[in-house]
Ligand binder design. Structure first.
Ligand SMILES: C[S@@+](CC[C@H](N)C(=O)[O-])C[C@H]1O[C@@H](n2cnc3c(N)ncnc32)[C@H](O)[C@@H]1O
Length: 274
């Protein structure tokens, strides 16, 4: 069992009310655990199969279910890293890139016509998701690699920036994922993990009704596949709270770890430096 929040560490959580003791003490988890998966290998397999099964409808569902707010979140994340993205020769990795929308936002921010701007690479372990990304990126400088985020085929200290949008939460081992990101980053390199969170107060209550009851029904209806859209709210509930996630980032070696809530804390961006 992993340790939770270290005593005495004040979480650097911007714009969010303080967490209650019970929230902070939510039991620490290893990683994603789709229903029926008994070990990390089975969990990873189930996640890959799940995304492969919804790949043809993934983009449509994303935009419908988020009321297009997803585009704003990708853009905002990309904007955060403008300095790195416009640095000549910078190497950028987008982990769990899926059909590529985070990578496209980074690419636009980098200035897509400049040959000297950042080289952006997307990694995912679902072939079907990467096929969609490839179709969408014809003619661009974006590159895609099929690989597991927990065993990246890149040398140490290779990238200036590693991002992940709504993918990190699906890893079978969060600490191993952070260690792998840390390994491939250059010293002073930065990491940006965009993922869902559970908003507090009235917004939280309304959001939970939508997320647990409405979203799975619409998701299942449009995709024609039952599992993934029941898994989504369960995986968000299971994902560490911001304070714990920041502590895990620090344990993996990141400094200046912060979380910035997006849209009343429905999502948020974790940042850290190597
Ligand atoms: C919710 S989608 C996010 C896609 C994209 N980043 C976006 O913002 O729309 C999660 C993606 O993470 C990928 N994924 C999950 N675990 C992975 C792992 N261990 N290695 C590589 N990709 C993984 C899945 O295949 C899926 O495409």
């Amino acid at each position: 069992m992993r340790s939770g929040i270290c005593g005495g560490t004040e979480p650097e959580v911007a714009g969010q009310e303080k967490m209650s003791v019970s929230e902070v003490n939510k039991p620490a988890v290893l990683g994603a655990e789709p229903e029926g998966a008994r070990d990390p290998e089975a969990a990873a397999r189930a996640v890959r199969e799940m995304f492969t099964s919804i790949a043809p409808r993934y983009d449509l569902l994303n935009h419908v279910l988020s009321f297009n707010v997803d585009r704003m979140w990708w853009r905002r994340t990309a904007r955060t890293f403008t300095e790195i993205l416009t640095r000549p020769g910078a190497r950028v990795l987008d982990l769990c890139c899926g059909t590529g929308d985070m990578a496209f936002a980074l690419h636009r921010r980098a200035g897509k016509n400049s040959a000297s701007s950042a080289a952006i690479l997307g990694v995912d372990f679902s072939h079907a998701m990467l096929q969609r990304a490839t179709e969408k990126s014809r003619g661009s400088r974006l590159r895609w690699v099929e690989a597991d985020a927990l065993r990246l085929p890149f040398p140490d200290t290779h990238f200036d920036l590693v991002t992940s949008a709504f993918g990190f939460r699906n890893l079978a081992d969060y600490d191993a994922g952070l260690r792998e990101i840390f390994r491939v980053l250059k010293p002073d390199g930065e990491c940006g993990i965009l993922d869902f969170s559970e908003p507090k107060g009235i917004t939280g209550r309304a959001y939970r009704v939508y997320f647990r009851h409405v979203l799975p029904r619409i998701g299942t209806l449009i995709s024609g596949v039952k599992g993934p859209y029941a898994y989504l709210p369960a995986s968000v509930e299971r994902f560490p709270q911001p304070a714990e996630m920041l502590e895990r980032m620090r344990s993996a070696g990141f400094r200046e770890a912060t979380w910035i809530p997006y849209t009343m804390g429905i999502a948020g961006l974790y940042r850290g430096k190597k």
